[in-house]
Design a protein around this ligand. Sequence first.
Ligand code: NDP
Ligand code: MG
Length: 366
Amino acid sequence: MSGGPGPRTYTSRVKRIALLGATGSIGRQALEIIEAHPGLELCAAASGAQPIDGLAPLTQVGGDLTELLERAEPDLVLNAVVGFAGLPATLWALERGVDLALANKESLVAAGELALDAHRRGGGRLLPVDSEHSAAFQCLEGRPADQVHSLVLTASGGPFRGRTREQLEDVRPADALAHPTWNMGPKITVDSATLANKGLELIEAHFLFALPYDRIEVVVHPSSLVHAVVRFRDGAALAHVGYPDMRVPISYALTYPDRAATPLPSLDLASGLTLEFHAPDLETFPLLAHARRAGEEGGTYPCAFNAANEVAVAAFLDGRLPFLGIAEVVADALDAADGSPAGDLDELVAADAAARRHAEEAFAVA
Ligand code: NDP
Ligand code: MG
C-alpha cells in the first residue's frame, strides 16, 4: 500500500509536518507526539475556525488548505480535518507524492478510486492513522491481497451496545457523546454510537488494502484492546493488541518506517484482560449494513453515504433529528443517489452535494 519508490529515510534531517485539524482530538495528540520527538518538526498547521496564531511557522484558519500546503512544502501531511472538507488536502498530498498520514477517513471513503489513482501517480506513502487500519497495516507488512484470507476490524460497540431500537428512541446528543473507550471529536463519537464509523472504516479498509468487501469482517470487541486481526491464507492470524490510545497510531504514522518510543504503558497481560468478540447487531445499528451495501455497489455510493451521514449527524447534534433518524436519512439518500462513478473531482463534489441536499430535505420534512 505504501506504493511508489522504496523506503525513504529521514535520518539526515528532521521530518517537516503539516498538521491539518490541529485543534481537534487527533490534532492535539499529534502536537504532543511532534513536540516530544526531535526528528519531527511542525512546519504548518490549520484549523477550521479556532485561532492558532503562533502554533507553527505557517498557519491557516479555514479556506483552501492546499494553499497552505503549497507554501509549506511539507515532508508529510497529517490530515486530521473532520469530514469531506479534508478531501482537497488528501488529494493534494497523494497527487504530489507527499507522504500522507490519514486520519480523515471521510476523504478516502468519498473519493475512493480518485484518491487511489492520485496515490498511484504520486507514489508517496499513504499511512493510516485510524487505529484499526494502522493495526491492519502493521499486521499486513505490505503483503499483497492474495496472501490474505480476510481482515477483521474490531468495534467497541459504542455507548449503546446491547440496547434495542426502542431504547434508542429518545437518546440525546450527550448520551451519544459518552463513548466508553475512546475520547474523540463529536462527529466520530456519534458515528461510533450508530456504527456508521465502522461502516466508514469498512470502506476505508477496502481502499487501503485492496480487499473485497466479503473478505472484511466487523466484530464487536467491547474492551478495544485488539484493533484488527489479519487472517492469512496459511491459517495464521495476526492480531494487533494495545490499550486504546490514538497516540500510538499517530506516532507510528509520523515516525514510519521507524517505530519511535512513546510515554505510553505497554500491555499488562497479567492484569486480567478480557478479550470478548461478537457479531454486530445490524438491526439496531443499520448504518453498518448500509455502508457495506454502499461500498459493494461502488461508484459514488460511498460518497453519498458519507455526505448524508455528515448532514444527519450535524442535525442530530443540533437537536433537529432523533438518533434513529440518522440511519433513515442515510438509507433514503442512498436510495435516491444515482451512484455512477465520478470521472473527476467536479463529479465527485456534485455527487456529495446531491446527497447532502437530499438528506437536508429528508429531515426538513420529517
Ligand atoms: P475534531 O472534531 O476533534 O477536530 C476536527 C478538526 O478539524 C479541528 O481542528 C477543526 O478545526 C478542523 N476542521 C474542521 N473543518 C475544517 C476545515 N474546513 N478546514 C480546516 N480544518 C477544519 O475531530 P477528530 O480529531 O476526532 O477527528 C478528525 C478526523 O480523524 C476525522 O476524520 C475522524 O474520523 C478521524 N479519526 C479520529 C479519531 C479520534 O480518536 N478522534 C480516531 C480515528 C479517526 P476547528 O477546531 O477550528 O473547528
Ligand atoms: Mg477507528
